[in-house]
Design a protein around this ligand. Structure first.
Ligand code: ZN
Length: 53
């Protein structure tokens, strides 16, 4: 069950909600903020979610 609470980076203009997302998991801990930040979902997360991963 990789889908989790949304998070985003202070340096990105989108948010993540799938733990299998590479760019999402590469965000350093100090740049991570919980929640969507009002930003759209990352393309990779969207794809993973659609594929049911
Ligand atoms: Zn992502």
């Amino acid at each position: 069950m990789p889908k989790t609470k949304a998070w985003h980076s202070t340096k990105e203009s989108h948010h993540h909600d799938n733990t299998k997302c590479n760019s999402g998991s590469e965000i350093p801990q100090h740049e991570r903020i919980e929640g969507t930040g009002g930003k759209p979902l990352c393309k990779e997360c969207e794809k993973l979610n659609r594929e049911g991963k």
